[in-house]
Write a protein that binds this ligand. Sequence first.
Ligand code: AMP
Length: 189
Amino acid sequence: MLNIVLFGPPGAGKGTQSAKLIEKYGLIHLSTGDIFRANIKGGTELGNLAKSFIDKGQLVPDEVTIGMLAGEVNKNPGAKGFIFDGFPRTQAQAKALDELLASKSTAISMMLALEVEEEELRKRLLLRGKDSGRADDQNPEVIQNRINVYNGETMPVKDFYTAQGKYKGINGIGEIESIFTNLCQAIEA
Ligand code: AMP
């Protein structure tokens, strides 16, 4: 299986590049942010709980997020592989993902990290907020909080995969197509 963690701060382009990668490699796309938003739209209990964290730019608690992600992986027993987009965001989530995949006799193949500096992220997120309708993209304080949470809680996940020799950094600034080409080269290297 080809199991990719697509990593990077909010606004790095994970959603855009995931869409292209799943098409090219026939993978299942699991975006925890998208799944939470679908639950919010559907008015589920999980959605209501997630909303209270998402609206503030905080992480949804690990046990909730890990349980949900495991459920989605279990729904796809015949998958050729997965792109994990926006997950894992904490070291506890990374450990849980390793254990889940090991229980299925597979593992993460690599972490591809889109690298974009903060000022560019703030610009991109505010721009996206104009058409995405995402409340968390429209408020500069919530955006800053998400960037701070990324720097504090999510960055250590990079060390987790670096220690396993699986980290590959990719410049996330430039044309969508050239970033995609670089991601494909990293996958096939
Ligand atoms: P995203 O669409 O990936 O930017 O995620 C939007 C929001 O959903 C985040 O700001 C978090 O509040 C929540 N979220 C998404 N993925 C996770 C995760 N792996 N762990 C905790 N919270 C998450």
